[in-house]
Design a binder for this molecule. Sequence first.
Ligand code: ITT
Ligand code: MG
Length: 168
Amino acid sequence: MKLIIGSKNPTKIRACEAVFTDYTVRGMEVSSGVSPQPRTDEETRQGAINRALQSLNMKEADVGVGLEGGVMLVDDCLYVTNWGALAVSTDLIYTAAGARIALPNEFLPELEEGKELGDIMEVYAERENVRSNEGAIGIFTNNLIDRGMMFTHITQALRGQLEYWSKS
Ligand SMILES: O=P(O)(O)OP(=O)(O)OP(=O)(O)OC[C@H]1O[C@@H](n2cnc3c(O)ncnc32)[C@H](O)[C@@H]1O
Ligand SMILES: [Mg+2]
């Protein structure tokens, strides 16, 4: 069985490899079809679904997965949010979301200007490639939960639903 994950980000690819150990997993660049930095739960979820569907269309994949990061406001507090989608056909898609944690509200003006959280985090944490490593969630949870763990959890939620609803 072949799984395509719609990203070249190693944290996303590794999450799929960790959960779909019995599948051949490959990461491929696809377009999310939403803005580079989604700013609502709805847009982030849609990005994950678009990536999953595009991945399914590639190279005869049996399963297409999309993982998408975003930010959102709840009661004027800024949160990081992440969504996943798993497509087995165009009309059979499972979705799940990951842990949300609060981000400093001082990030809001730059996000509103169109900056990506990944770039803001590099300046804030004074390190490169936060998005492909621990992520904002890793930094603001003191590394108790890093981006890889969070994506793995979402991917488990996707696989679990696939298994549950495939039972006859
Ligand atoms: O190559 P792709 O798959 O696009 O991977 P990405 O790291 O850009 O990830 P997303 O597009 O899914 O996320 C959209 C933006 O949100 C940022 N983001 C989301 N969660 C993050 C986190 O925990 N840490 C750092 N950046 C995060 C990310 O870096 C992007 O700028
Ligand atoms: Mg991106």
